[in-house]
Design a protein around this ligand. Structure first.
Ligand code: ZN
Length: 676
């Protein structure tokens, strides 16, 4: 049983708030129970953290080809500026730099829209003119004039590289996306043909094509540039390998040593078969206390969903809370067998889904500063089917979000009445956490593709529909008496807290993250609106007494979500789950496309405006992320590490500048020392 208030917070005076700018709030997270780790575990965590931070530059370059150059220039201007740091131009410049740090590049991490500077081009050019040539991050052979002519429109012209990931299927999503995963002149049709020729439909264990490469055009022909020691990002990968090697020496057991070795071999060769072998060994290691992800993993940054964004998580097990997820995963087959999905699309045998709750200790790459609260890996479909997957819930991160939100006025503004607010206060924290557990450890792992179905068949809607599938599975089972029976919930009404919040978010409050006049773009947001809108539309007149299952009702001129029939809502969730699973299992692109376009993309402008207005009075940031703690080895006279301390000495700016100074293997060379 999990208590409602399972606070793992150790220090009651811990300050979660770090910085606030634009639509972003930066928090810090606590690392509870760090002190229980042994010296070898602390060393391992330290080396893995170094390996994590050494990859930071990679994601910057993947996100846009001018990102690293521009970051160096902005940081130089920021630190060398000797005018009035309270002037409007400088304040706007500082805000821009903070946003760029948060986006790991010039585009918003979530909307993927380019940031628009609020300082003048004249101010910028004047500041740059004060820098000596040796302070400018010029590319080899590049002159100051060429450099400026390139970056000025990239920074200031809203029509140049406007979107990092364009998912508008009516356009060439490769050519119109500003990311750096495809070279100049490469088109979507060419990439699709390139990989279709490579794929063998009869291969039961295909590698994840394109996962670790940039596709470029050379003499009119496409070719892959691999991310590997002697290839693209080699200098960063060399540093990652160096620290992985150190971590290997203090690994907890042979299984862990084996997969670290395999990961190093993969980084050296870029061979995706080795990555699969590593992934299998990693997924099968459920014993180790310290664990990590380090590599090219999630493909949301690629409009075709193939290339992995570099990321790293370092963590250790939260033993107490892991009992909860272990119970869920022990019952995985029961959940699979009883789901409302057609039998043909179910797994006969759910392969070892191991689930645990973890304490995050270091976030990096695509997982930093904005991070996920749950992860389920590996992503390869056949590995998941044959070897299972590992699912984790990042409890100290969820905890930090929760602690930082107390008393922000959200519930008073958006939740319909005192009873519902009480329900949310009592049960939202635990049901939210359970939703993440169920989503990651059962949802993504459930179901199967029919033989011969291409895992990429749903194309630009693949991510949205996959997230919808996992969310629906989780929501459907949150209301199941099974959760009471196996002892992980103590109240059969608790699920209503998550149902209410989910619909409120999907129909209304997540619109706060979208600029007025724009559509819903990001995969997770589309998924949430898809589910909420579908249930809303299909629940008309379906509740007891002929009412609507979900109502949008007015009170004092404001719109509120009212749920009239929770059990009926659960039935509808089951229906939609069956349909989304069918689409996935059959690779029905047409069906998926219809569902997404009809429910997930368009926004009611009147409601959108109202939500933005109501939020603007609350000053709640739509997006949040984290800075990391600092780990410092204590070294004795003989050069041996005798301890690794943890501390939180920095603010956001200090941490970002330190990372760029100490962990930038891809920028060092052009970063010549200027003494002027
Ligand atoms: Zn997911």
């Amino acid at each position: 049983m999990v208590s409602v208030n399972s606070n793992a917070v150790e220090d009651k005076n811990f300050n979660f708030h770090v910085d606030r700018f634009g639509d972003i709030e930066v928090l810090r997270y606590e690392v509870p129970e760090y002190s229980r780790l042994t010296l070898d575990q602390k060393k391992m965590l330290y080396y893995l953290s170094e390996a994590a931070q050494m990859g930071r530059d990679i994601i910057w370059d993947q996100n846009g080809k001018y990102n690293l150059q521009i970051r160096q220039l902005l940081e130089k201007l920021y630190t060398k500026y000797n005018g009035d740091r309270n002037s409007a131009d400088f304040k706007a410049f500082e805000k821009y730099l903070k946003l760029v740090w948060f986006g790991n590049g010039l585009h918003h991490h979530y909307s993927t829209d380019k940031f628009q500077p609020e300082f003048s081009q004249a101010f910028f050019e004047e500041q740059v003119s004060k820098l000596h040539d040796c302070c400018l991050p010029l590319a080899p052979g590049q002159t100051r004039e060429q450099f400026m002519a390139t970056i000025i429109p990239v920074i200031f012209d809203p029509t140049v590289m406007p979107k990092r990931v364009n998912q508008d299927g009516s356009q060439d999503v490769v050519a119109t996306s500003a990311n750096n995963l495809y070279g100049e002149g490469v088109t979507q049709a060419e990439v699709e043909e390139f990989y279709n020729n490579m794929k063998d439909p009869s291969d039961p264990t295909p590698v994840s094509y394109g996962l670790n490469s940039k596709v470029i055009k050379e003499n009119g022909k496409l070719k892959e540039q691999r991310y590997k020691l002697t290839g693209l990002y080699g200098p960063a990968i060399a540093q990652i390998i160096y620290y992985l090697d150190k971590a290997k020496e203090v690994a907890e057991n042979d299984a862990q040593r084996a997969y670290i070795t395999k990961l190093i071999d993969y980084y050296i060769t870029g061979d995706l078969r080795l990555f699969d072998e590593y992934s299998i060994l990693w997924a099968e290691d459920t014993k180790s206390d310290i664990d990590f992800v380090n590599g090219f993993i999630e493909s949301y940054g690629d409009p075709l969903g193939m290339t992995g964004a570099w990321e790293s998580y370092v963590n250790f097990r939260n033993a107490k809370s892991s009992e909860r997820t272990e119970t869920i995963s022990k019952n995985a087959q029961w959940f699979e067998d009883h789901s409302p999905v057609d039998k043909r699309f179910k797994k006969d045998k759910v392969k070892g889904i191991s689930a645990k709750v973890i304490t995050a200790a270091m976030l990096s790459g695509d997982a930093f500063p904005a991070t996920a609260i749950g992860i389920n890996l590996p992503n390869s479909n056949w590995i998941r089917a044959q070897h299972g997957s590992k699912s984790v819930t990042l409890e100290n991160i969820t905890e930090a979000y929760d602690m930082a939100s107390h008393g922000n006025g959200f519930n008073e503004e958006f939740v319909i009445d005192a009873n519902t607010r009480k329900l949310l206060e009592d049960y939202l924290y635990i049901t939210d956490m359970l939703h993440t557990d169920l989503h990651e450890c059962l949802g993504h792992g459930s179901g199967k593709l029919l033989p011969g179905v291409d895992p990429d068949a749903l194309k630009e809607h693949g991510s949205t529909l996959e997230e919808a599938r996992a969310d629906l599975f989780a929501l459907y089972y949150l209301a199941d008496p099974k959760l009471i029976e196996i002892g992980i919930l103590d109240n059969p009404e608790a699920y209503k807290a998550e149902y209410y919040k989910y619909i409120l978010n999907g129909l209304m409050t997540q619109l706060n993250r979208i600029e007025f006049g724009k559509d819903v773009e990001e995969a997770h947001m589309r998924n949430r609106q898809l589910i909420a809108q579908w249930i809303y539309q299909h629940g008309k007149k379906k509740a007891k007494g002929g009412k609507d299952v979900i109502e949008l009702t007015k009170k004092g001129g404001k719109t509120f979500v009212k749920i009239n029939d929770y059990p009926k809502m659960r039935e509808l969730l089951g229906e939609l789950l069956a349909e989304v699973q069918r689409i996935k299992s059959e690779g029905d692109y047409k069906g998926g496309n219809e569902l997404v376009l009809k429910y997930a993309v368009k926004v009611d402008p009147k409601l959108h405006k109202e939500v933005l207005n109501r939020f603007s009075k609350l000053d709640i940031p739509p997006y949040r992320g984290f800075i990391n703690p600092v780990y410092t080895p204590v070294v004795n006279d003989k050069g041996e590490i005798t301890d690794v301390t943890i501390s939180y000495p920095e603010d956001y700016v200090q941490q970002m500048l330190r990372l760029s100074r100490d962990y930038s293997p891809l920028t060092k060379k052009s970063n010549s020392v200027c003494t002027k």
